[in-house]
Design a protein around this ligand. Structure first.
Ligand code: HEC
Ligand code: HEC
Ligand code: HEC
Ligand code: HEC
Ligand code: HEC
Length: 298
């Protein structure tokens, strides 16, 4: 009883009917961490958090002077399938909490759940769980995904569920709210599993590889402006004991990425071999090192 009264007293000391006015003034992302500490910690590690301040973006946007480049890297408001406008404040927050959740029309935070949130009004908005939410910026990837008719959404793979957790970490308020599904705000790129890519060998005049993306419902690699790469490295051993190496690089820029469900054929420069090792490696746009996806021997 005493605890409840104390809690109520604390709640009502929170100003004007609990509402925290500055939350409507488009604060910086750090402000949201006062209550949403865990979501903030994940987002802070994400590429969205560095979309504006990354050195590569600064250079390629010619020190933020190329206007057509700016809006997706510091958006004002994200709406499904609409390319966003450029934000005026806190651009260094990149693709920020306020941009993705605050709507000018309702002056409320929109999100996937039905919540009671005294510090700021919230609206349940089912568009948050759909791929179209990401489409205004990830335009090419969205188009690729759409034609695969995949049942899984961008969020299923790039904002995976973390199970039921509290959305706020602020004593004592967190205990007034039930646990709800949380989604990983570090927006992991993930990595294809070996079974996502089928590698077959066909032997005719020369030898050729038949490679099919059967598991990732967009191109591999996929990009709008970044330059991720997929390396196909083939090592051959011949009867006479000699060896040879062949490398093919696939990218969005070279327009030779693996399309979901459509085989890509790669002619190898040899007529015969004793043993062949094929390995697939990927390099994310913002990473130096390559990571291995699979290795098969023939
Ligand atoms: C329609 C929205 C949109 C516009 C406009 C846009 N970008 Fe991007 N940009 C993205 C998205 C989405 C990504 C995420 C990776 C990908 O899909 O390529 C990205 C990623 C990048 C990256 C890769 C980051 C890294 O560290 O590798 C760079 C660099 C970049 N953009 C530069 C630019 C430049 C330069 C322009 C203007 C010519 C521009 N962007 C315009 C949406 C956009
Ligand atoms: C003073 C505490 C506090 C601050 C600061 C705060 N929130 Fe919240 N927020 C809440 C509470 C409480 C809930 C409801 C939690 C629940 O029901 O589990 C909530 C819920 C939400 C939801 C969930 C809506 C849904 O439908 O799923 C979103 C999105 C959200 N807040 C965004 C933000 C953003 C963005 C900021 C920063 C601009 C922010 N919040 C700052 C307390 C806060
Ligand atoms: C306002 C534009 C915008 C929206 C909306 C957006 N993104 Fe992004 N996203 C970007 C930009 C820009 C980058 C690249 C940032 C960088 O690397 O510098 C990016 C990067 C990413 C990456 C990292 C890719 C990598 O190379 O590691 C993933 C994954 C991602 N976004 C998923 C999503 C998902 C899922 C959604 C929808 C829930 C979404 N994004 C909505 C602009 C956006
Ligand atoms: C690129 C857009 C984007 C950014 C940036 C973003 N969110 Fe979200 N957020 C989403 C989407 C989409 C969902 C719903 C995911 C789903 O339902 O699959 C979500 C869900 C939530 C929820 C409900 C609980 C959950 O995990 O599903 C809260 C609370 C929330 N976000 C707060 C924040 C805060 C605070 C920040 C900044 C630290 C932030 N978000 C940054 C897109 C974003
Ligand atoms: C079934 C799971 C799945 C779905 C659905 C999915 N992706 Fe991916 N995505 C992946 C995997 C796995 C990778 C890593 C590929 C690799 O090995 O490099 C990836 C990579 C990416 C990358 C990083 C660039 C690259 O090629 O590595 C971006 C950006 C991206 N996805 C955006 C999206 C968007 C936007 C959507 C929705 C339109 C989406 N993804 C739907 C699984 C998925």
């Amino acid at each position: 009883m005493v605890a409840l009264l104390l809690a109520l007293a604390l709640l009502s000391s929170c100003g004007d009917m609990f509402v925290e006015e500055d939350l409507f003034q488009r604060p910086e992302a750090k402000r949201c961490s006062d209550c949403h500490a865990e979501v903030f910690k994940e987002w802070e590690k994400s590429r969205h958090a560095v979309a504006w301040k990354s050195e590569k973006f600064r250079l390629e946007s010619e020190n933020y002077t190329k206007n057509k480049c700016l809006s997706c890297h510091a958006p004002h408001q994200v709406d499904p399938q609409i390319k966003p406008l450029l934000r005026a404040e806190f651009k260094e927050d990149g693709v920020s909490c306020v941009a993705c959740h605050f709507k000018e029309e309702t002056k409320a935070m929109h999100g996937p759940h039905k919540v009671w949130s005294p510090p700021h009004p919230s609206r349940q908005d089912l568009s948050y769980s759909k791929s179209s939410f990401c489409a205004g910026c990830h335009q090419e990837t969205y188009k690729e995904w759409h034609i695969t008719k995949a049942q899984t959404s961008c969020q299923d793979c790039h904002m995976p569920s973390l199970g039921n957790k509290r959305l706020v970490q602020k004593f004592p308020f967190e205990y007034f709210h039930s646990k709800k599904t949380r989604h990983d705000h570090s927006f992991p790129a993930g990595i294809a599993k070996p079974e996502d890519i089928k590698v077959e060998l066909e032997q005719a005049e020369t030898i050729r590889l038949k490679i099919t993306n059967v598991g990732v419902p967009h191109n591999l690699p996929t990009a709008d402006q970044g330059d991720p790469k997929l390396y196909i490295v083939v090592e051959a051993l011949f009867e006479n004991g000699e060896t040879s190496r062949f490398v093919k690089v696939l990218s969005y820029q070279a327009k030779n990425a693996l399309v979901y469900g459509v085989p890509t054929y790669i002619d190898l420069p040899w007529r015969e071999f004793k043993a062949l090792k094929v390995s697939l490696q990927r390099r994310l746009s913002w990473k130096e090192e390559r990571e291995r996806i699979l290795e098969v021997a023939f």
